[in-house]
Ligand binder design. Sequence first.
Ligand code: FNR
Length: 372
Amino acid sequence: MPCPARPYRKEPAVTASRKDDHVRLALAQTPSTSASARAVPNGSPSPFDDVHLIHHALAGTDRTLIDLSSSFAGMHWPVPLYINAMTGGSPMTGEINRDLAIAGHETGLPVATGSMSPYLKDPDTADTFATVRRHHPHGFIMANVNALATPEQARRAVGLLEANALQIHINAVQETVMPEGDRSFGSWPASIEAIATAVAVPVIVKEVGFGLSGITVSQLADLGVAVADVAGGGGTNFAAIENGRREQADYSYLNSWGLSTPAALLDARGCGLPLLASGGIRHPLDVVRSLALGAHAAGVSAAFLATLQRDGLAPLISQIQQWLDQITALMTVLGAHCPAEVSSCDVVLTGSLYDFARQRCLDIKTSTEETA
Ligand code: FNR
């Protein structure tokens, strides 16, 4: 059983209140307590609705033959679903991290912490992150730093969590809209390369909701990164969140900036790295659609946070168990015995996603075998 949490100590008010703001504003974008009923923030249909798996009525297999585990970049995940980076650094967010870790422990999901900048600035906040390893002692844990972390800071972040992988988030649009954000991004590639060389665990580079293009993923492969989490649009919208923290809210025209998650997957397939999908994953079908577009697993942030904060930990654990059960059921219907086999399923694209794929001259059947 997970050990009881230690009390959290006080840390600098600015960072802590920003972390609390992000939770509050992300929840405000997530209208329903039910992740399966969640609409994208602007009320328009999800870009995932333009991804259609072709029904072959005799394709089905036996449920007992399904293996949910997913292996890529030398990593072995028990399930193709993970709790993606959100938080840590304040007393409230430490409790959220503890509960997300317990949910991961009960269901086998890998878990990422939010950015560990608060810990790197103030070691007193360590326990708001370390709680994740304590409550998910044998799980796959991802530490998270920004692109300007030094190699020494990256190693400290990994060390605190005994992390199995390190996420580096790249978030130029979020920083731009964030009132107190960074304004210089030119040194990010060199810094990412230095971190990837310095840490002993695989490095996963992720966006925060604006997507990674194929060109970006190729660059990341050259920098020594192991995995790309495309983290596209369609879910939590950090342009809107940071704009809500500005006095004038004068960046609202950036709300639709970036690549949606399915568009980013299409663009980044075959560009040299194994892919993860996150951003706007609403239900088990979106997970399976992501696998069909070449992802090895799909990550969820705000939808699971909303269940935790509105309904509690036990409902979150039930929700995740139901998702795993239904992912298994959908793979049974498709005749895909493991997540990798879903990428061979027939897919048709419609609407603006189809237009995007045509204009970008993308072959939706590009093999991902060379990057698996
Ligand atoms: C995030 N996200 C995030 N990502 C990251 O790499 N470091 C971070 O610190 C945070 N912080 C954060 C806070 C909150 C409250 C949320 C909801 C999200 C981004 C997250 O990992 C993911 O990329 C996006 O949220 C898109 O996924 P969803 O929310 O649409 O499932």
